[in-house]
Design a protein around this ligand. Structure first.
Ligand code: PLP
Length: 382
């Protein structure tokens, strides 16, 4: 086995930042109180949650009371969409989203269809971009929510969120933004984005796994999806994950503080990786050429299976990802690539490499050196 993993799957998850761990540690050991308890230990826990909420609100440009901590990004999406849908049933039953959303959004909309809701999927172009005017045209008298992702997790395309939000605001339709991939790399000011609801997940920006964040503008009525205690102002029952919440807020704060230093480094590595890998015959960059996440380099390669590329990279200690999913014995190409009209045969050969703040030029050069050989070998095997 290679000595060190070359980790190029930061869109899947990131390592906990050492500074975040330091901030979290006391809440696993000495400060273990339940935030609902009225004695000193409990009040310490509540104070830690309050200041975490303020830290998050500071980055989002919102009031602390508009921030809810959840158990993951998926839960934040579920609470926003189901919470809004079930609370607005009297107003209408129509949801609008896009076909390239994460399954946390797509499957939530499908679930709601069992309860009489219907969904319009606004199409994307070949770069995976949504046209805001298409969103406007999809709105009907029955529309109760528009849910769109800020940046796509597979191909990295950044969506025109501010413009979509402007249209929703003009038409008085609540707008949820799945910002799980954007958190830590794109501006999150909810007023500038015209967002009414916004979802984040801490493990995508060097925070702990198991903590999500939901911004819900004051006045948004959400039906809680977990019944129990009155934590999180009744929006999300369950004893708070104090250490996780402190970690999430610290990580978000540090991500934006570090941004001026980290972003140019990541962008330079991404562009080097893209230039290097596009020299492979039969390769294509997926997603928008310029409006894309700083850390995302995603491709399709003719005549190969993404999973086979991953296994071969893994043997060399390189961690990457493919959009294809293995379901009951067969490999299904990514729903994102298919929605972007990438031909099925090509979509099978997808590879996503996502850089992080600790990625190096050597990491990139190693991939650029080994991948052409892997692709050639796999093509010969077919
Ligand atoms: N939304 C997007 C765009 C994502 O990329 C992900 C995770 O990859 C999620 C939602 C779900 O987040 P979590 O893994 O915290 O449940």
């Amino acid at each position: 086995m290679p000595e060190r993993t070359i980790y190029l799957d930061h869109a899947a998850t990131t390592a906990l930042d050492a500074r975040v761990l330091d901030a979290m540690l006391p809440y696993f050991t000495t400060e273990y109180g339940n935030a609902s308890s009225i004695y000193t230990l409990g009040r310490h826990a509540m104070q830690a949650i309050d200041s975490a909420r303020e830290q998050v609100a500071d980055i989002l440009g919102c009031r602390p009371t508009e921030v809810t901590f959840t158990g993951c990004g998926s839960e934040s999406d579920n609470l926003a969409i189901k919470g809004m849908a079930f609370a607005s049933q009297k107003k209408g039953n129509h949801l609008i989203t896009s076909p390239i959303e994460h399954h946390a959004v797509l499957y939530t909309c499908q679930y709601l269809e069992r309860f009489g809701f219907r969904t319009t999927y606004v199409p994307v172009d070949t770069y995976g971009c949504i046209n805001p005017d298409d969103v406007g045209r999809a709105i009907t008298d029955e529309t109760i929510l528009v849910s769109m992702m800020y940046a796509n997790n597979e191909v990295g395309t950044i969506e025109p969120i501010t413009e979509i939000g402007r249209i929703c605001r003009t038409r008085k339709i609540p707008f949820q933004v799945d910002a799980v991939q954007a958190g830590g790399s794109l501006p999150l000011d909810v007023s500038e984005l015209n967002a009414d609801l916004l979802s984040l997940s801490a493990h995508k920006f060097y925070g702990p796994k198991g903590v999500g964040i939901l911004y819900a503008r004051q006045g948004m009525r959400l039906l809680p999806q977990l019944q129990g205690g009155s934590q999180e102002r009744g929006k999300r029952a369950g004893t708070e994950n104090v250490a996780g919440i402190v970690g999430a807020a610290t990580a978000l704060h540090l991500a934006y503080e570090d941004m001026p230093k980290v972003m140019p480094h990541i962008i330079a590595l991404r562009d080097r990786l893209i230039a290097g890998l596009l020299t492979i015959p039969g390769s294509l960059l997926t997603g928008h050429p310029t409006d894309r996440l700083a850390n995302n380099a995603s491709f399709v390669f003719e005549g190969v299976e993404g999973e086979s590329i991953l296994l071969n990279l893994d043997l060399l200690g390189i961690a990457a990802s493919t959009g294809s999913a293995c379901t009951s014995g067969s490999v299904d190409p990514s729903h994102v690539l298919l929605a972007m009209h990438v031909p099925v045969e090509l979509a099978h050969g997808s590879l996503r490499l996502t850089l992080g703040k600790d990625s190096t030029v050597e990491d990139v050069d190693t991939v650029v050196a080994v991948l052409p050989g892997i692709i050639e070998k796999l093509r010969q095997l077919r």
